[in-house]
Design a protein around this ligand. Structure first.
Ligand SMILES: Cc1cc2nc3c(=O)[nH]c(=O)nc-3n(C[C@H](O)[C@H](O)[C@H](O)COP(=O)(O)OP(=O)(O)OC[C@H]3O[C@@H](n4cnc5c(N)ncnc54)[C@H](O)[C@@H]3O)c2cc1C
Length: 301
């Protein structure tokens, strides 16, 4: 199909490096189909004979996805394995500290939640491969598990590689303040494919729905403005928050790029549930509602 203007908004995918056995033996939660496959596998564990490996889930990667997946797992495993209480959930991370990329404000909550839930961390460790019985680590250790979940890193859609433009380390296209791709006259980028400045202080949009929703509004507005010959609205999103789910312990909510702690446990969980069950859904398929929801001037609550 030909176009006058293009908005590239093809999202990102889980990075799948050439780790031996990854494709054959690891699960992930990147797409809904993959998450369902993991859920079905966990439900099927009760039909397998008892072993330490059956009762152990290994989560490779201790970033946002790894922490949310890991802290959810003890309750899921216990629900499936009925009386079996000796479940183990182990998060493996290369960094020297638990929650190293999360910032000091959140780290204490991650540690408290992990201890409360019985989630173990193996830090300073690199998953070297995934096999049918678990994961060999680069230092020679082997952790036995029949459920390995890979959560390490994301990459922007490979479509970005077709643009003759600058990209960041995750493959995102550098865009100007109107979200037009540098070096391209007719191409805009939004969401996980866009490397966009959120303010004049040196902060850039994260690969998050928080930024993707707003970037989509601006890109849609500006591509239409471009066609109509009216002034674009420069993208600005100075407010940055994080809300990290921590299983039945609760959640943690922070504000600011330095992640100042604002809510913990039940209060943060309530907000997280609201985000997951209401905020992230697109507006109803009704012209007036959809257009109202697409307004880039909607204040960030
Ligand atoms: C497990 C997980 C948990 C997350 N949790 C959070 C969270 O708590 N908070 C948060 O802010 N963010 C979270 N994120 C990140 C968030 O989901 C993404 O940042 C957001 O979805 C990006 O939006 P997007 O529109 O750019 O891309 P997507 O939502 O990925 O949408 C891209 C769309 O493009 C389609 N597409 C791709 N390629 C093509 C093609 N070639 N042709 C046609 N269509 C194509 C895809 O099918 C998809 O529908 C999470 C992500 C994951 C994987």
């Amino acid at each position: 199909m030909s176009y006058d203007r293009l908005v590239l908004a093809a999202g990102s995918q889980l990075a799948r490096p050439t780790v031996p056995g990854l494709a054959e033996h690891a699960f992930d939660v990147d797409q809904i189909e993959a998450a369902v496959r993991l859920e079905n596998h966990i439900k099927s564990l009760k039909n397998r004979p008892y072993s330490a490996a059956r009762n152990t889930v290994v989560v490779a990667g201790g970033g946002f996805t790894g922490i949310e997946t890991g802290t959810e797992m003890p309750a899921r495993l216990r629900a499936v394995l009925d009386g079996d209480q000796d479940v183990r959930v182990i998060i493996i991370d290369r960094a020297p500290q638990i929650g190293a990329t999360m910032g000091a404000g959140i780290r204490a909550s991650i540690i408290e939640a992990s201890e409360h839930l019985g989630v173990e961390w193996v830090v300073n460790a690199t998953v070297a491969a995934v096999d049918a019985n678990g994961v060999p680590l680069a230092d020679g250790r082997h952790i036995e598990s029949q459920t390995v979940v890979w959560t390490v890193g994301f990459r922007a859609s490979p479509l970005t590689e077709q643009m003759n433009s600058t990209r960041d380390a995750q493959g995102r296209l550098h865009v100007d303040e109107n979200l037009k791709v540098f070096g391209q006259d007719n191409v805009y980028a939004a969401g996980d494919v866009a490397y966009a400045a959120t303010d004049d202080l040196g902060n850039f949009a994260a690969m998050s729905c928080q930024h993707a929703i707003s970037l989509g509004r601006y890109a849609g507005n500006n591509v239409a403005a471009d066609l109509l010959g009216v002034a674009p609205t420069p993208y600005r999103q100075p407010k940055y928050v994080t809300c990290l789910d921590l299983g039945v312990w609760g959640a943690v909510y922070t504000e600011g790029w330095d992640r100042q702690l604002k809510l913990v446990k039940e209060e943060a969980k309530e907000l997280k549930t609201q985000i997951n069950t209401q905020w992230i859904y697109p507006p109803a398929a009704d012209r007036a509602t959809a257009l109202a929801a697409a307004d880039p001037m909607i204040p960030v609550a």
